[in-house]
Design a protein around this ligand. Structure first.
Ligand code: BDP
Length: 726
């Protein structure tokens, strides 16, 4: 008790300091676009010297917005207002433009940077030195400006610049699982930022800041409503609201997309069927597309969840996924829109391992989809678990565009109270070798379209954004939005570099902060795997809410929503046999991958129980028994959260008190929850292994029954009224 009250008083004191020190208070709203003062005076003087004048034509809204961003940022970081000029002043001018505007200075823009790329270069213009930010299009200029600003935000030299970059992926999209009643499915950061009731009349500043943040990392698409879609979104009333958002997004190079319900022709159009081969249905969708493009000329297209978790789809009418997707594709094609058709399908009536079902359903249709259809595939075969092997569809459909779907919102990663930097999870998947086109055919290369240049390419991130002041619930969850944008732009980028940039832009350039915090960020996802699902365990969370541990769940609405379906623990052992002797899911991978994971000598510990069912006494590489190894992982997982907290404590004073205190409290919550995961899982699995837990480990605070009986009310993320929960 005494310990508690001291802790409590310390927190109160911190909150008090945070409240009175207004100058340092920071609610995190500005994300990585803080534009903090450059504190290194020499560096700042150098920047000021080089940025005295600016030539920046503002012919379009995009160019105007880019210029405004540049001016705000330079004012914030350097208290500098570069003078507008028409002439080059020696070593002091930044010229920004596209081929048309740069012609006057005899500067040509290379075709190689493409339509969205940019080039930032220190160069002689005539006799004088200056910096040129150039692109072939206005949106390319915007990306160039944001990346130029990043150099200053991260305190890099701008003396001899020669930076050329372009996106490797065409469609870089955020998927919002936002319902029209403003709940967010699997959202942990407040309500939906789309205030549908007040739209189209009220255009919230948040929409603009959202679009700016996206543009700053190269995100160029936004699906604004839940994949478990409400047909109403296609009604004229809602299309006017969508149009108002599209008008904001356009300035920042972002196209708007909608999730559509396959049965909309029935629900909204009053037709008797939504059969994709029915001429009246085809006409309904074609007319609807015309109507949408009338409101939004640059509308991006549709995202569809069909015949999945209770959603209607073409199979409801005896048709195939290809029939459904192609029908919608035909409706959008005259307007250059695309269909993102999800491969997240599984059915408990299909008597096969859930792991295998998406592959079985989609692989036969390789090459059968229209050019403007892209199949959106989750990174792993089950469902965004803390660790999954890559989805076997990657590389298996060489004649079909496959779009990566990552989940930024932390449905299975501790919601918004756990610090989990997801870039290492993205990178692990993207750098996995599919071997489908020989050694080195990484998932990233498949997604980039390296093996079939004719295909469109894309990457989607299920957004973690809501109305919380700091957008994402946890200050560090912003890093996942940021990292997603960076990796969608260039999937081979390093998680460490991205974390470093994000920390500098969001908090401070102080190396004593950046270095230790970056290292725990990089470790954070592994920590969570350890305290939740080590050694290849998966899908053992609480039923429906997906909050907290639930390895005992065996009575969910469907067998394939039960934890016991996945871990299969009994007195003989634990794990899902997906080798030839089991479900043979491994046969869906290239022979090299199958051989590697099927063989116990080569299968990494990380994937062990994904593919193998082993006895509790099975001897691991470490020399420990499987049971001891499992226990070890659970304990180091929870302990690493404690270590992270101790490192964070040392950061006090290096950043603003408000965010410091918030993160400190979050880490305490995370430690409690990690400990609960550890104790509940170890106690539960021990009922089967019947083996002891080493005496050196702290004992669980409660018996197993306590954890099993815990009930959580009003858990965020499941408040919608328009979807199934699993
Ligand atoms: C699962 C979520 C569910 C989503 C589904 C999906 O639990 O709420 O609707 O994925 O991706 O992870 O469609």
């Amino acid at each position: 008790m005494a310990k508690y009250s001291i802790k409590y008083m310390c927190l109160l004191a911190l909150l008090f300091i945070a409240a009175i020190s207004k100058v340092y208070a920071n609610d995190g709203y500005k994300l990585w676009l803080e534009y903090n003062k450059v504190t290194n005076t020499q560096l700042a003087a150098g920047y000021r010297q080089q940025l005295k004048y600016m030539i920046f034509p503002t012919a379009s809204d995009q160019l105007k917005a880019s210029k405004a961003e540049l001016l705000t940022a330079l004012d914030g970081m350097l208290t500098l207002k570069p003078a507008d000029t028409k002439n080059i002043m020696s070593g002091q001018t930044v010229i920004i433009g596209t081929p048309q505007t740069l012609k006057a200075f005899s500067i040509s823009v290379p075709d190689s940077i493409g339509t969205e790329g940019y080039l930032i270069k220190t160069t002689l213009i005539g006799q004088k030195k200056g910096i040129v930010i150039m692109a072939n299009t206005d949106v390319g200029v915007m990306y160039g400006v944001f990346n130029f600003l990043k150099l200053i935000q991260t305190n890099q030299s701008i003396n001899k610049l020669n930076i050329s970059d372009h996106p490797r992926i065409m469609y870089r999209v955020l998927d919002h699982w936002d319902n029209l009643n403003r709940t967010v499915e699997r959202g942990y950061a407040g309500s939906s930022i789309w205030n549908w009731h007040k739209l189209p009349g009220i255009v919230d500043q948040r929409y603009i800041d959202y679009a700016r943040a996206n543009a700053s990392v190269g995100i160029n698409g936004s699906v604004v409503n839940n994949v478990n879609a409400d047909a109403l979104i296609l009604s004229p009333q809602y299309l006017l609201k969508v149009q108002a958002l599209a008008n904001v997004f356009r300035t920042y190079g972002i196209r708007i997309y909608l999730s559509v319900k396959f049965s909309s022709p029935v629900e909204l159009g009053g037709l008797k069927t939504a059969d994709p081969l029915d001429p009246a249905v085809k006409k309904w969708w074609a007319d609807k597309a015309d109507e949408i493009y009338h409101y939004i000329p640059d509308f991006g297209g549709f995202l569809v969840k069909a015949n999945s978790e209770g959603q209607p789809g073409p199979q409801s009418y005896g048709r195939t996924h290809a029939d459904g997707a192609n029908m919608l594709a035909d409706a959008l094609a005259p307007h250059h829109g695309i269909v993102m058709w999800r491969a997240f399908v599984y059915d408990n009536k299909v008597p096969d391992d859930r792991f295998k079902q998406a592959y079985n359903e989609f692989k036969p249709f390789d090459g059968k989809f229209k050019d403007n259809v892209i199949i959106q595939v989750k990174n792993g075969p089950i469902d965004f678990q803390p660790r999954e092997p890559f989805h076997p569809l990657f590389g298996a459909m060489p004649n079909t565009p496959l779009m990566m779907e990552f989940q930024l919102t932390q449905e299975y990663l501790g919601f918004s109270t756990h610090l989990v930097y997801e870039a290492p999870l993205f990178a692990e998947c993207l750098q996995s070798d599919t071997y489908t086109h020989g050694r080195g055919s990484t998932v990233a290369r498949v997604v980039k379209g390296d093996f079939n240049r004719k295909l469109i390419t894309g990457m989607a991130g299920v957004a973690n954004i809501g109305t919380d002041l700091n957008w994402c619930g946890h200050p560090f969850a912003q890093a996942n939005w940021y990292a997603f944008g960076r990796m969608a732009w260039s999937p081979d980028q390093s998680s460490a570099v991205i974390a470093g940039d994000w920390l500098r832009m969001t908090f401070t350039n102080d190396e004593n902060f950046v270095s230790p915090v970056k290292s725990f960020m990089l470790q954070s996802r592994e920590n969570t795997v350890n305290y939740m699902t080590p050694l290849g365990l998966h899908h053992i969370m609480g039923v429906s809410t997906h909050y907290g541990p639930g390895p005992w769940v065996d009575n969910a609405g469907r067998p394939d929503w039960n934890a016991t379906y996945y871990h299969r623990a009994d007195s003989a052992g634990i794990g899902f046999d997906r080798t030839t002797s089991g479900s043979n899911a491994l046969s869906q991978y290239a022979p090299e991958v199958k051989a590697n994971w099927e063989n116990l000598q080569t299968c990494p510990d990380e994937y062990l129980l994904w593919f193998h069912r082993l006895s509790w006494t099975y001897k691991m590489r470490s020399g420990r028994s499987l049971w001891d190894e499992l226990v070890h992982h659970y304990y180091i997982g929870a302990d690493s959260v404690k270590q992270m907290g101790l490192t964070w404590d040392k950061m006090q004073g290096k950043i603003d008190a408000e965010r410091f205190t918030e993160v400190k409290q979050l880490m305490e919550v995370q430690l409690n929850e990690a400990t609960t995961w550890r104790d509940a899982c170890v106690l539960y699995f021990q009922t089967f292994s019947k083996m002891p837990v080493g005496a050196a480990y702290p004992k669980p605070e409660h018996p197993l029954d306590y954890y099993k009986k815990l009930k959580f009310y009003y858990v965020p993320g499941i408040g919608g009224n328009n979807y199934m929960t699993n």
